[in-house]
Design a protein around this ligand. Structure first.
Ligand SMILES: [Fe+2]
Ligand SMILES: [Fe+2]
Length: 342
């Protein structure tokens, strides 16, 4: 029955009011105190990527393979940071156009700024370690060639993600899109905390501790959004949140697990080179988790939130790849993925 409902929802369209949405007159309503509190915390937790000890990433401190491997992981992370900038800025605009309460708009604008800050960490690291990587980089060795090829192919897939994400706003209720933001934040918090703990260079430890703080705030805010919106939601919409959680797992998989073929169209040797590069990056001092650690952390992160989700009657999807039990969400190869990024 749940599967039928999910299938039905995939073709669901929504009615929007006839009036063209507008950011004016706006409002200063504060309905969700928790969201306001989360937004206010942003000011206290502000930090700057320029203040980190970047000299540690001097090119001469690493051999060429180690340098390109670190740049590779940072460029892979940047895919999700870039989609974060796009998705949250679009969400900020929509929140204003559809007159959502004031802290929703400001919280989302804060998240957008954070995503820029995270992408800036990636840009600076690549620039120091491997100037020009990935956009203007000319590979000289097989490892460099494969690193660049992997990133290019990921970014190419990213285009498909983004086209679908832009279309989602005409297709689904706003509340539904906003209430699904939390899932990527669960993943984000988990990966960055692990990277900070495992890194052996203080530029990375500091950067990822700061990013973890941002992600914890994102998680608190998006859970407040979920809490507020899910209470008034029909059962079918709650199942759509379940579906989007599964999509989120698939979308984030190249960074947080192993690329899932339901969405990611990658060359056969993608994973082999990806793993080799991640191991090299770790050897150089960047705390990239192993495949086992990623699976184990995902499991823990989802289970930590199961009670909360179930109390809102939002079923957890089955994600058997990391041992999570729940509702079976069928995703076919080539389906559009509707998920929010880190
Ligand atoms: Fe981010
Ligand atoms: Fe985030």
């Amino acid at each position: 029955m749940l599967i039928n409902m999910l299938k039905h929802l995939q073709g669901m369209q929504i009615d929007r009011p006839n009036e063209t949405p507008n950011i004016f007159p706006g409002n200063w309503d504060v309905v969700t105190q928790e969201l306001l509190k989360t937004y206010e915390a942003w000011f206290k937790q502000n930090w700057g990527p320029v203040e980190l000890p970047w000299d540690e990433l001097n090119r001469e401190n690493f051999d060429q393979d180690q340098a390109v491997a670190q740049a590779y992981w940072m460029a892979k992370l940047a895919l999700f940071e870039k989609s974060g900038i796009g998705a949250f800025s679009l969400a900020t605009l929509q929140a204003a156009r559809y007159n959502m309460e004031d802290p929703t708009k400001k919280f989302l604008a804060g998240v957008t700024y954070d995503e820029c800050r995270h992408d800036e960490i990636c840009r600076r690291a690549c620039n120091r370690l491997c100037p020009g990587f990935p956009y203007k980089f000319k590979p000289k060795t097989t490892l460099e060639e494969k690193a660049l090829r992997n990133i290019q192919v990921l970014y190419d897939n990213g285009k498909r993600y983004w086209s679908a994400f832009e279309k989602v706003w005409e297709k689904y209720p706003l509340e539904l899109i906003f209430s699904s933001f939390f899932f990527a934040e669960i993943g984000a918090q988990l990966i960055f905390k692990t990277v900070a703990e495992k890194s052996r260079l203080s530029v990375y430890t500091q950067a990822f501790n700061n990013i973890t703080k941002d992600e914890s705030r994102h998680l608190a805010g998006t859970l407040a959004l979920l809490d507020r919106l899910a209470k008034e939601m029909p059962k079918e919409h709650k199942l759509m949140i379940t579906r989007q959680m599964k999509h989120g797992f698939i979308y984030l998989s190249p960074l947080l697990f192993k690329p899932m073929p339901e969405f990611w169209k990658l060359p056969d040797d993608f994973l082999e080179w990806d793993q080799r590069l991640e191991e090299k990056a770790y050897e150089a001092g960047l705390g990239v988790p192993t495949a086992e650690e990623k699976a184990e952390r995902w499991y823990k992160a989802i289970e930590q939130h199961r009670k909360k989700l179930e109390s809102l009657e939002v079923p957890v999807p089955a994600i058997k790849e990391v041992g999570v039990d729940g509702v079976d969400v069928p995703v076919k190869k080539g389906d559009n993925i509707v998920a929010t990024p880190l």
